[in-house]
Design a protein around this ligand. Structure first.
Ligand SMILES: Nc1ncnc2c1ncn2[C@@H]1O[C@H](COP(=O)(O)OP(=O)(O)OP(=O)(O)O)[C@@H](O)[C@H]1O
Ligand SMILES: [Mg+2]
Length: 386
């Protein structure tokens, strides 16, 4: 399935969003323009339905409450609203629509309660809240039906889909030193600390097939890289990945993941995640610690992996190299344009001057990124630090 439209109101630094979404969607904008905030909308929906410790109240609380979520520029409108449209396949008409709106009580316990929850399947209304029961018992409005197993039977399909949304902001150090840090893994493991456990957790056949695909991608991207294998430590039983590199010696040398480069680890995590499920993958700045040559290959690599698994991918990025691939079209890029009090979100193709440049044959990277740098960026280099 694919989320083909996002409509939102008063979410963080966005007062209004209404954009179509593609199977591969890049999100570009200067620092603090809201790229992570935008991705957080999908994490928020995921947090509502997740199996362990999910729920609407917790998802709001984890974000510091409605006062932190609601757009500061919202002024008199107290409501936050999210609507997503879902199609069965890219290009197909919308099958599902899910709407969620909420606000905070102005008095008393200042609880967060729903002002709207709706589900449509092909224009048929499956859920329309607040209903009669809700009006008689306001407490019911502190929970979504999305999160309640005995209420969501008619739309379990979208619950499952949202549950599998994955956010990845892989930090190679955390993965490399997972054993020695032994720290608490953050819920949903966004930083990839438990990556090896995830690789270990699938059955042998699936793992072999995924590692083979990853191996062929890494062979292109990482010099001297030959082979990738999954092993278990004989004594501790801990899972590891090892790679055969052809440098140093004639027969090559096996190295374990703690010796892989940051870029190799990031690519590994990214490629594995692309093959992991059918739901949305949210990738934060995948270009970090990768050299320009590989960054420029990321977009086609994502497409190639999507052929194996039709996983929708949202990528936040600062990198023009990532957008230079001529295969990216102007509707695959969302531009965040911050103004004084809020940010607007526009597909690059809908911006006239950008469209002109694209039609003149420039790549999206060339056409778009000249427009996203902060105006003050040049002044930064003039600052004196002494
Ligand atoms: N409720 C809110 N109302 C208005 N603005 C908000 C709200 N919550 C957060 N923000 C603003 O959102 C901005 C941060 O956005 P975000 O972290 O998504 O940026 P980003 O584009 O991911 O930046 P970077 O490229 O640095 O990662 C901050 O400037 C913050 O002040
Ligand atoms: Mg960010």
């Amino acid at each position: 399935m694919i989320i083909n439209r996002l409509i939102a109101k008063n979410w963080r630094n966005f007062q209004q969003i209404n954009v179509p979404l593609r199977e591969r969607q890049f999100i570009v904008g200067p620092n603090a323009s809201g790229k992570s905030n935008l991705l957080d909308i999908f994490r928020f929906l995921r947090d509502i339905v997740k199996v362990d410790g999910g729920g609407f109240q917790k998802a709001v609380k984890d974000r510091g409450g409605v006062s932190k979520i609601r757009c500061l520029a919202a002024r008199s409108d107290p409501e936050v609203r999210i609507e997503i449209h879902i199609a069965d396949t890219p290009g197909a008409p919308t099958t599902w629509r899910y709407v969620l709106a909420f606000r905070q009580e102005t008095r008393g316990y200042r609880r967060t309660y729903l002002t709207e929850e709706k589900v449509y399947k092909k224009n048929k209304v499956l859920l329309d809240r607040p209903d009669k029961d809700d009006k008689e018992d306001m407490d019911r409005l502190t929970q979504t039906f999305l999160e309640q197993i005995n209420m969501n039977a008619d739309f379990r399909e979208i619950v499952q889909f949202l549950r599998d949304v994955t956010y990845l902001h892989l930090v190679p150090q955390l993965l490399r030193f997972a054993d020695s840090i032994q720290g608490r893994i953050v819920e949903e493991d966004p930083f990839g600390q438990g990556f090896l456990e995830r690789v270990a957790g699938v059955n042998d056949r699936t793992r072999r097939s995924r590692l083979r695909k990853i191996e062929s991608a890494l062979k292109i991207a990482v010099p001297q890289f030959e082979q990738l294998e999954f092993i278990r430590d004989e004594i501790t039983g801990r899972p590891h990945l090892r790679a055969l590199y052809s440098h140093w010696r004639a027969q090559g040398v096996w190295q374990q993941e703690d010796q892989f480069s940051d870029g190799t680890l990031r690519l590994l995590g990214l490629l594995w995640s692309l093959l992991e499920s059918d739901s949305v993958l949210l990738l934060e700045e995948p270009e970090l610690s990768l050299n320009l040559g590989i960054v420029s290959q990321l977009a086609p690599l994502i497409s190639k992996m999507q052929r194996n698994r039709r996983r929708q991918v949202f990528v936040s990025t600062h990198s023009d190299a990532l957008l230079t691939d001529p295969g990216i079209d102007g509707t695959e890029v969302l531009m965040l344009a911050p103004a004084k009090t809020e940010t607007t979100v526009i597909p690059a193709w809908d911006i006239k001057p950008v469209r002109g440049l694209l039609e003149a044959g420039l790549t999206v990277g060339e056409a778009v990124l000249s427009k996203t740098g902060p105006e003050q960026a040049e002044q930064l280099s003039l600052l004196k630090w002494d």
